[in-house]
Ligand binder design. Structure first.
Ligand code: S3P
Length: 431
């Protein structure tokens, strides 16, 4: 991701119109590949993600001896016939927090030593949050900076179940412990303060592993997932950019089909509706234990709201683009209790505030969020940075569409982390 691919975004003078289908959910795709590798038979995965992050998961699994066969661009078969083998080289998770944290849970109970690391941004992100509970389970792990940062060295050993009360609502932490728990003696219980995305739990129960869920408490026992075909819905976090764009560009009306509607992820719909957005969900159904449906969005006048606490895990990846919506909403939008945003692919609180200010937004940074006073006509005519963060890049693009003058985005290639088809898909909605 080193070349500087500058993108010029021209303000849209016409509405967005049409129907699109966004690519596969990144979170579910990571889990599908990992859980398929825990089954001994072949597993077919339909509609896999084309993003670089999920490719990082596949490459880590391949280095562990898993056979991956692509039947077409987004359809693949995973076969870990002989079980994981000691890797000959360092496992590279690229930019992907989900890859390094969930794989650490799997590797902790293996019978070999592995080292897992990632790019510059991933090496700065907190890993103590998974290393500490894994150590409590008996894992033999060492890492940089006093066991808090990647590279992480994992000497596989036998694990024992624990009861873990997580201080943060993080699906990566929860899933890491649950995956380790599948290979641990006794019972493993994870409790979190608020419910974070529950794709791991849903997929484990779909694949008939030994798991019980009771509100914010999840319990697993030693078991192996069954080899059943998996199909991945569209990523609501990718749909979020279109939901916001259609809500703020006058006259727009779009439909996003086959999108994941898991309630732990639909905060974007709830928040936008609370702001006054016109969103209808159609065709709702369940596939592989995940809710799926079509989302219809029409332009509408927005108003500012206050967002905090329980809502935060349900919109953790959508807050940058919600901030763009807030600049176009009448009144004040307050985002609080969202300090987790500082630990993402970039410090998203800082990035949102700096970049939206350049565009002319009236925004104030807080320790745990930000306050936006709307509605402001964004000036544009400036250069935005992405901070090596795909969601900051895509949020900048949406802000550019709603600006008065063109906007230049530096290092726009970071969109490829989750959504290589992003620009093309937007252009398909231009009249
Ligand atoms: C993810 C969980 C969230 C989210 C990330 C993907 C996952 O991270 O921000 O993009 O796939 O489990 P945290 O668990 O750190 O909140």
């Amino acid at each position: 991701m080193s070349e500087n691919n500058k993108k010029t975004v021209i303000p849209l003078e016409k509405p967005l119109k049409g129907t699109i289908k966004v690519p596969a959910d990144k979170s579910i795709a990571h889990r599908a590949a990992m859980l398929a590798s825990l089954a001994k038979q072949k597993v077919l995965i339909k509609n896999f993600s084309s993003g670089a992050d999920c490719k990082s998961t596949l490459s880590v699994l391949e280095k562990l001896g898993v056979n991956i066969e692509f039947l077409s661009e987004n359809e693949l078969i995973i076969h870990n016939k002989e079980g994981f083998k000691e890797p000959k080289e360092t496992l590279y998770a690229g930019n992907s927090g989900t890859t390094i944290r969930l794989m650490s849970g799997i590797l902790a109970g293996s019978d070999f030593t592995s080292i897992i690391t990632g790019d510059e941004s991933l090496q700065k992100r907190p890993m103590g949050r998974v290393i500490n509970p894994l150590k409590q389970m008996g894992a033999d792990i060492t890492a940089q900076d006093n066991n808090t940062k990647a590279p992480i060295t994992i000497r596989g050993t036998s694990l024992k179940g624990i009861i873990y009360n997580s201080q943060i609502a993080s699906a990566q932490v929860k899933s890491c412990i649950l995956l380790a728990g599948l290979n641990a003696e006794g019972v493993t219980v994870v409790r979190e303060p608020f419910k974070s995305r529950d794709h791991t739990e849903r997929m484990l129960s779909y694949l008939e592993a030994d798991i019980e869920v009771e509100d914010t408490k999840v319990k697993v026992k030693k078991s192996n997932p069954e080899a059943k075909p998996l199909s991945i819905p569209g990523d609501i976090s990718s749909a979020a950019f279109f939901i916001v764009a259609a809500s703020i560009i006058p006259g727009s009306e779009i439909i996003i089909t086959d999108t994941g509607l898991n309630p732990t992820r639909t905060g974007i719909i709830d928040v936008m509706r609370q702001m006054g957005a016109d969103i209808t969900v159609l065709n709702q159904r369940t596939e592989c234990n995940e809710e799926v449906g079509d989302i219809k969005v029409k332009y509408s006048e927005l108003k500012g709201i206050t967002i905090g606490r329980e809502m935060i895990p349900r919109i953790i990846d959508e807050l940058p683009v919600i901030a763009v919506a807030a600049t176009q909403a009448k009144g004040t939008t307050i985002v609080k209790e969202a300090e987790e945003l500082r630990h993402k692919e970039s410090d998203r609180i800082k990035a949102i505030c700096l970049e939206l200010k350049k565009l002319g937004a009236d925004i104030e940074e807080a320790v745990d969020g930000f306050v936006i006073y709307g509605k402001t006509k964004l000036r544009g005519n400036c250069e935005l940075e992405t901070y090596h963060d795909h969601r900051i890049a895509m949020s900048g693009y949406v802000a550019g569409l709603a600006s008065l003058r063109p906007v230049r985005i530096n290092e726009f290639q970071w969109v490829n982390i989750s959504f290589p088809e992003f620009t093309q898909m937007f252009e398909s909605l231009y009249q």
